[in-house]
Design a binder for this molecule. Structure first.
Ligand code: NDP
Length: 329
């Protein structure tokens, strides 16, 4: 079976040379474990942080070791009660064709309820991030004007639509291509959207939201965050979800106008999705319902083959994905 190892730590944008595709024997499974043949795996922005040695909220990946990440697969052997051959499970040992998974770290999912990739995207970690970030962290309320950056990505596409469906006065999105901007407005029902590459983000945001924004869902950081602080209304709320503009550079940029947060009485709050498990049931019910009724739409960008997983990851960092970036195995 094949798996992807970290060959070296990337500097700036990762390159294919940072990864090795390695042939390994099928893992043996001990008591309490499952052998899972993976069907689909996730490539996520946070993995870039783990490839370096900088300060991060998760431990770095080891050089010469297999990468890890979200994956869904089929149980092909089970040494754990409660799991049968043929079950479909979500687990954290992706980047390989076969995983020996501790049953305590595996969650059964139903491939008839949703396509398996959805458990890594719209109904999985990114969807939950959007839901918790907007409702719990940004304390979204009906009538808010909401701005979402990275809006055509896995988290962003859900965040913007939850805001719309929960009664936002106006939802504005930013993304890195005209096709994505069109997708946001035409398919996802954003009220306005702009391509952040078209000019200073502050100006583009001001044009899209002349009366200001009450909530900013920040996937990007840097210039976007500065623009949002500038456009925020009094008592505005900012959910700090990620800062992908700074993930591949050694010269990160930050907002230069934090001083404005004082007079505007802004709340800027960072969060990690894992702290919001109390919302999970509500999330699955509400977002699952909106998907079933076609009120909430989503895309995935699927790359085929474990050998192309590094390229899918690098492509995601460069904005080649619309919606969740996935790799089928
Ligand atoms: P996406 O599907 O949004 O993919 C990443 C996207 O980032 C790209 O498609 C690209 O879109 C955009 N991007 C890349 N570089 C830049 C840049 N310099 N400026 C602006 N946009 C850029 O990824 P996710 O939805 O999975 O993640 C979105 C954010 O949420 C990330 O910051 C991630 O770290 C964070 N996150 C945080 C979690 C938490 O618990 N706090 C959990 C999950 C995700 P474009 O074409 O628009 O540039």
């Amino acid at each position: 079976a094949r798996e992807v190892h970290l060959a070296s730590r990337p500097e700036g944008f990762p390159t294919p040379e940072n990864f090795d595709l390695v042939e390994v024997p099928l893992p043996e499974i001990a008591e309490g474990r499952l052998l899972v043949r993976n069907l689909v795996m996730s490539v996520d922005p946070y993995m870039r942080g783990r490839m370096g040695l900088g300060k991060s909220y998760v431990a770095p990946y080891g050089i010469g070791e297999a990468l890890t990440g979200g994956a869904v697969g089929e149980v092909v052997a089970s040494e754990a009660p409660g799991f049968e051959v043929g079950d479909t499970v979500l687990h954290g040992l992706g980047w390989r064709e076969y995983s020996a998974v501790d049953a305590a770290e595996a969650t059964k999912v139903d491939p008839r309820t949703a396509p398996v990739g959805a458990y890594l995207g719209v109904l999985g970690m990114p969807g939950m991030t959007a839901y918790a970030g907007l409702l719990d962290v940004a304390s979204f309320k009906e009538g808010d004007v909401v701005f979402v950056s990275g809006a055509a990505g896995a988290v962003g596409q859900v965040a913007g639509q939850v805001a719309r469906l929960r009664g936002a006065a106006r939802v504005i999105g930013s993304a890195g291509s005209d096709a994505k901007v069109k997708y946001l407005v035409d398919e996802l029902g954003f009220d306005a959207a702009f391509n952040y590459k078209d000019g200073p983000v502050g100006e583009l945001l001001h044009r899209a939201a002349p009366d200001g924004i009450d909530v900013y869902f920040d996937n990007v950081g840097g210039e976007h965050l500065e623009a949002a602080i500038d456009s925020a209304t009094t008592f505005g709320r900012i959910a700090l979800c990620g800062s992908i503009a700074n993930y591949n550079t050694s010269t990160p940029t930050g907002p230069r106008n934090l001083g404005l947060a004082v007079g505007k009485r802004l709340t800027l709050r960072g969060f990690l999705v894992k702290d919001h498990e109390h919302l999970r049931e509500q999330f699955v019910r509400e977002v699952g319902g909106w998907i079933a009724s076609d009120e909430l739409r989503y895309q995935e960008t699927v790359t085929e083959g474990i050998d192309r997983a590094p390229a899918a990851f690098i492509g995601m960092l460069r904005g080649e994905n619309v919606g969740k970036a996935l790799v089928t195995l």
